[in-house]
Design a protein around this ligand. Sequence first.
Ligand SMILES: NC(=O)c1ccc[n+]([C@@H]2O[C@H](COP(=O)([O-])OP(=O)(O)OC[C@H]3O[C@@H](n4cnc5c(N)ncnc54)[C@H](OP(=O)(O)O)[C@@H]3O)[C@@H](O)[C@H]2O)c1
Length: 328
Amino acid sequence: MGGHQSFPRVTLPKERVVIVTGANTGIGYETAKCIAMMGATVILACRSEEKANQAMTKMNAEFQTEKDRKNERVVDYPELKIEFMKLDCASLQSVMDFVKEFKNSGRQLHVLVCNAGIGMSKQAYTEDGYELMFQVNYLSQYLLSAHLLPIMKTSGEDCRIVLVSSEVHRYSEFNLDRIQGRQFNERNFKRTLFYGNSKAFQIMQMFSMNRRLQKSNVTVVSLHPGVVQTEVTRNFTDLAPWALLFGVSKLLGASKTPFEGAETTINAAVNPALKGVRDVYYNNCKPDSIHSRARNKQNQESLWAYTQDCLKKGDFLPDDIIQCLEGE
Ligand SMILES: NC(=O)c1ccc[n+]([C@@H]2O[C@H](COP(=O)([O-])OP(=O)(O)OC[C@H]3O[C@@H](n4cnc5c(N)ncnc54)[C@H](OP(=O)(O)O)[C@@H]3O)[C@@H](O)[C@H]2O)c1
């Protein structure tokens, strides 16, 4: 599991159930693998079954290697308790199908890691009519959290929602009139701004949810994983400043490997010392400052109402889910 680690040695029972979205590669892959090696049951919520199957085969091979090395940090199962369940965050219907399948499994849910994301994509709209990064990075995973919340509330103490955000949340605006970017065209669409917005919205979701979950067993935290060499660059190889940042960081050894990038997520998901901790944005496993725009309560509540309006339009938020979200 690598030399440098900043999460404690933890053993988890197989009854502890963790969902990691976007777990087939990058930070999500390492997060899912390491938590499964600690003993938990991990659901890989991915859009491609083929990629998820390849990832699970690789995870089990790496698990075997760790066992052969007699690594005492990994459990002694014959195989990891990992499963694929289909989730395409570009489709609200796919989120609903995922929720239905998960509910049918009768499982409890202890940790939801909202990791799936796309970086600085070109202007594009989903089948639901929303800006792609808004929906994939934020809206769909808000919907997922909302529908899984009733299960988490009845899954015993210390349940956590971990939102993988970014330092780019600082390069954002809060303007509901252009939240979908329809005023822009393919040439002048501000890709960094809209990525930054989606990442700021995750942090705002954290504050709004926690306000409503104060008295519950469910806590929400957010984090920046670092500049991590993953496939995240695939959408912005043509954006010179960002391609340069990732290229130069790699050359200078200043960026993180996917495992190092996953450490902050893993720590937030499993560290027993963080039980009950809310409203924190972690960076390098330590609390960090949050931009004032994302900390602004009025912005948070406006986004909350806007988000619910989006989801109510397609009947994606029934009354019982809203009541649960509102802390009732
Ligand atoms: N890498 C960095 O430097 C960095 C910095 C700050 C924040 N982050 C954040 O960290 C998270 C993980 O990124 P990463 O660096 O590991 O990137 P990555 O290697 O590109 O992995 C992204 C994951 O998200 C999945 N995904 C993308 N679109 C999806 C969709 N529509 N439905 C379901 N899953 C989808 C991908 O699945 P496919 O393989 O099928 O596309 C993949 O599993 C993201 O939220 C990203 O914004 C990364």
